[in-house]
Design a protein around this ligand. Structure first.
Ligand code: ATP
Ligand code: MG
Length: 400
């Protein structure tokens, strides 16, 4: 029997005039990832709000995970399933379902206790979905499936979609990451540290379709290399969600040192000045990359630099929009997301980070923007900016 993957998308389906644009981006992404991983061509048809991806003739149940691993990371996908292309005639289809039931359903040791049939139709048929569910269910019971029917929360679901003149059936539905197609929304520059928040913030904006370019400010040689190494790993992990990814590694320690040793600048205001310099550099990178905004992992009230006064004083240095998708989240929720996307394992590793370097003991929590601007005049910022950019390293990372 012919096997396919049916991919359903989520929010993309709500697009009206420009739906084709998002669908094509998604199709291209699927094609590139599959062909890269399996070294062969794939037919990927789009029909009635879903993709139908033809699986090779020698596809086996055990290979589902290989394909699923890719699809879990394709933004835009709501869910997907590995289907058999069955008949449209219910009696014949029921027999096909019976013959192809997964082994665990027949094994007394792993047999589920309850099941139901769920039918969806996207074509005109002489029967209603509920009638088809009953008939297929009755046929499986007659064939001695040996499991009770349970409509609410059954342990096992036989899923059937009628469309394209076939009854496509499957036994497991996988969740996709949702969101909009990768790279469908233009570029943003994300300020990424080795911490927990900024990788999650970057992920969230990628999920909304932004193509993300990363910039990390490192303190080397004042910090060890572990921080930049962790950031590289995080960016590598995130690059699976988009096409090739660029990471700017910006040497920042020496400038932090210069600010911290300027005795005319009060120690407590330093953090705000460091952050403003980071934003200015990120903005220059954004301009050179034709990116339309910045991303930070800022979170309201989490640390001293994130009081409303300080966020105001820091963000004022940027003339382009700053997206802060985590601004209203609880830390626990951010950690939950970091665990889900896999970045937490790296983010929680200890390292001497740039943020903690040359920090005042008592940072200002209500920075005054007029004072900050005056103190900045004591620094040769223009000169620094071009110098810092020249010293930056660009790393190109490709998805797995
Ligand atoms: P994170 O967990 O993302 O490091 P945080 O809770 O430590 O965030 P801050 O240290 O105040 O918060 O940083 C706020 C934001 O500034 C970060 O989320 C990140 O976007 C950016 N940022 C901080 N340090 C760096 C760095 N060394 N390089 C690039 N961006 C940074
Ligand atoms: Mg941090």
């Amino acid at each position: 029997m012919r096997r396919f993957i049916i991919v359903h998308y989520g929010e993309i389906g709500l697009k009206k005039a420009n739906i084709e644009y998002f669908v094509e981006k998604l199709r291209k992404r699927l094609r590139v990832l599959f062909e890269k991983r399996f070294k062969r061509n794939f037919s990927i048809k789009h029909s009635l709000s879903r993709f139908l991806i033809a699986l090779p003739g020698d596809f086996t149940y055990g290979q589902e995970e290989d394909y699923a691993k890719i699809l879990y990371k394709v933004f835009g996908i709501k869910n997907f399933k590995f289907v058999y292309e069955g008949k449209i005639d219910i009696e014949k289809l029921s027999v096909q379902i019976w013959e192809n039931l997964p082994a665990f359903v027949r094994d007394p040791d792993s047999k589920p206790r309850t099941f139901r049939v769920r039918v969806k139709r996207s074509m005109i048929l002489p029967f209603k979905s509920i009638e088809a569910e009953r008939q297929i269910g009755a046929c499986l019971l007659r064939s001695d499936i040996g499991i009770k029917v349970k409509m609410e929360n059954p342990e096992f679901v036989v899923d059937v979609e009628f469309f394209n003149n076939h009854g496509y059936f499957s036994f497991k539905k996988y969740d996709g990451p949702c969101g909009l197609s990768a790279n469908s929304q233009g570029k943003l520059v994300s300020l990424i540290s080795a911490g927990i928040d900024s990788p999650v913030a970057s992920y969230m904006m990628m999920k909304r379709g932004a193509r993300v370019i990363f910039v990390h400010f490192h303190g080397y040689p004042y910090t060890d290399k572990a921080e930049s190494e962790h950031v590289r790993e995080l960016v590598k992990m995130l690059s699976d969600y988009q096409f090739d990814t660029k990471l700017y590694l910006v040497p920042f320690g020496q400038f932090q040192k210069k600010i911290s040793t300027n005795l005319d600048i009060p120690a407590k205001i330093r953090t705000v000045i460091y952050r403003r310099l980071m934003l200015r550099i990120a903005e220059l990178i954004a301009k050179s990359e034709k990116a339309r905004g910045l991303i930070t992992g800022d979170n309201f009230g989490q640390v001293a630099s994130q009081t409303p006064e300080n966020i105001f004083a820091i963000h004022e240095a940027s003339t382009i929009p700053i997206y802060q998708p985590l601004i209203g989240f609880d830390k626990e929720d951010i950690i939950g997301l970091a665990e889900k996307i896999g970045t937490f394992e790296i983010s929680k590793l200890p390292c001497k980070d740039t943020c903690g370097m040359f920090m005042p003991e008592h940072p200002e929590i209500k920075a005054n923007i007029y004072d900050v601007r005056e103190y900045e005049k004591l620094l040769p910022l223009g000169e620094w900016l071009s110098d810092i950019l020249k010293k930056s390293e660009i790393v190109n990372l490709d998805c797995n």
